[in-house]
Write a protein that binds this ligand. Structure first.
Ligand code: FES
Ligand SMILES: [Fe+2]
Length: 430
């Protein structure tokens, strides 16, 4: 249970809010690289942390992320012409470069032109391609951190795949779903048996056989390692270890030699977020059949309403729930697909769940500690200007693990280096 004011503190991320300031300390995904596929392509509306922005890629291949609205009289630059190294407002022809600097006011007389342009600059943020994503940093330029080093974004091309979907709820309840390993045996029981990107591991048998996991949570430099322990053999436990790095990165523990997946939950505004879902393999290219399954929406990915990043199964069609399939035992919840099983329940809690009413139990210990850590970091930043965990790229070099350990061994000790990025080596997985 949280007090209402703490719930508000952790869920509000607009400009000037304490949590919004925290998010503005990090490089975060702004959009998929595929959304700006070529020079001078159509600009894209991007709402991030409640700010309305426009992303574009100019004639020279430079990326820009600027205020959506023209400095002249506020027309949306989404209608703009992206040409000759800048974005031109189609209302009266004012033109801006990727830094938001006004470079042309064609209606003004020659002699006043340069002086006037020089004074006009839109809010703008850097936009950098790393892996399949375009990343931005929306904080004080004087404190710009090093570029992100997440392993999934840094592996060679062909070893990773990233998708995104619009999720109609606050970022925190989506994140909380990602670090809540106990729901897997229930909600995703069918996926462990059937999904091509999940099925066929020894770990799945332990996962399905023991539905009362014991949780142990350990601190990491950037966040937490959340260990879920289930019975394995007589003398051993099966541990699934999920890293969470502040504020909103998680990695799901692996299964057999499948690619490893995880998420970033990025606030669009306080009632919507982007779920970025990645899959990667640290030592090999993804196979054709794996890529095909990801594109078809299997694993942590999903199908779309054509031409959008809204899931085909969404709250307006009750996620295409099939109660007959549920009765036949094909799905536990009646909803197809792991990602949408999660989204349906997280959205069902309302845009911002009322955390004053919840009743937390032992399997929620990861969530409790993550909230506490966020809260502490928000206060330390607000009151003392302390850089939060997860900004330092060394904090980003984490891995998940799925491992069988003797009963008397603690998971952090038993996993050892397996919880860190080890170039050239695979994840520890059963
Ligand atoms: S509103 Fe954009 S040029 Fe006038
Ligand atoms: Fe889930």
């Amino acid at each position: 249970m949280l007090k209402q004011e703490i719930n508000e503190l952790l869920t509000q991320t607009g400009p000037g809010t304490p949590m919004g300031d925290l998010f503005r300390q990090y490089w975060i995904p702004a959009l998929l690289a595929e959304e700006l596929p070529e020079n001078d392509c159509a600009p894209v509306r991007v709402k991030l942390l409640s700010e309305r922005l426009i992303a574009f890629r100019d004639t020279d291949g430079r990326y820009g992320l600027v205020d959506e609205f023209c400095a002249h009289r506020g027309a949306s630059l989404w209608f703009g012409r992206n040409e000759e190294s800048g974005l031109r407002c189609v209302y009266h022809g004012w033109k801006y470069d990727v830094n938001g600097q006004c470079v042309e006011i064609p209606s003004e007389p020659e002699e006043r032109h340069s002086a006037l342009c020089a004074k006009i600059k839109l809010t703008s943020y850097p936009l950098v391609k790393i892996g399949d994503l375009l990343w931005t940093y929306m904080g004080d330029p004087a404190n710009t951190p090093d570029l992100p080093e997440w392993e999934f974004a840094r592996v060679p091309a062909g070893q990773a795949f990233t998708s995104k979907r619009w999720q109609e709820c606050n970022w925190l309840q989506a994140l909380e779903g990602g670090i809540d390993s106990s729901h897997v045996s229930w909600l995703h029981g069918d996926g462990l048996k059937n999904d091509p990107l999940f099925k066929g591991s020894q770990g799945n048998k332990y996962n399905l056989a023991d539905r009362k996991p014991f949780f142990e949570v350990a601190e990491s430099d950037g966040g937490l390692y959340i260990g879920a322990r289930r019975n394995a053999e007589d003398d051993s436990y099966y541990w699934r270890v999920t890293p969470w790095v502040m504020p909103c990165f998680t990695m799901i523990p692996p299964r057999a030699d499948h690619p490893v997946h995880g998420h970033f939950w990025i606030p669009i505004d306080d009632e919507n977020c982007w779920a970025y879902s990645y899959d990667y393999h640290p030592t090999r290219a993804l196979t054709g059949s794996e890529l095909q399954a990801m594109r078809e929406g299997k694993g942590v990915h999903n199908e779309y309403v054509p031409g959008t990043y809204r899931p085909l199964q969404n709250k307006d069609n009750d996620y295409l729930m099939d109660r007959e399939a549920q009765k036949r035992g094909e799905t536990y919840s009646g909803i197809r697909g792991i990602a949408i099983q999660d989204a349906s329940l997280q959205e069902s809690m309302g845009p911002i769940v009322d955390r004053t009413k919840e009743r937390l139990v032992s399997t929620d210990s990861g969530i409790i500690m993550a909230r506490r850590k966020l809260w502490r970091a928000v206060e330390a930043l607000r009151d003392h200007g302390t850089t939060p965990p997860g900004v330092d790229t060394a904090h980003q070099a984490v891995r998940s693990a799925a491992i069988v350990l003797p009963k008397d061994q603690a998971f952090v000790e038993g996993c050892g280096d397996a919880l860190r990025v080890r170039p050239g080596e695979k994840h520890a997985s059963v």
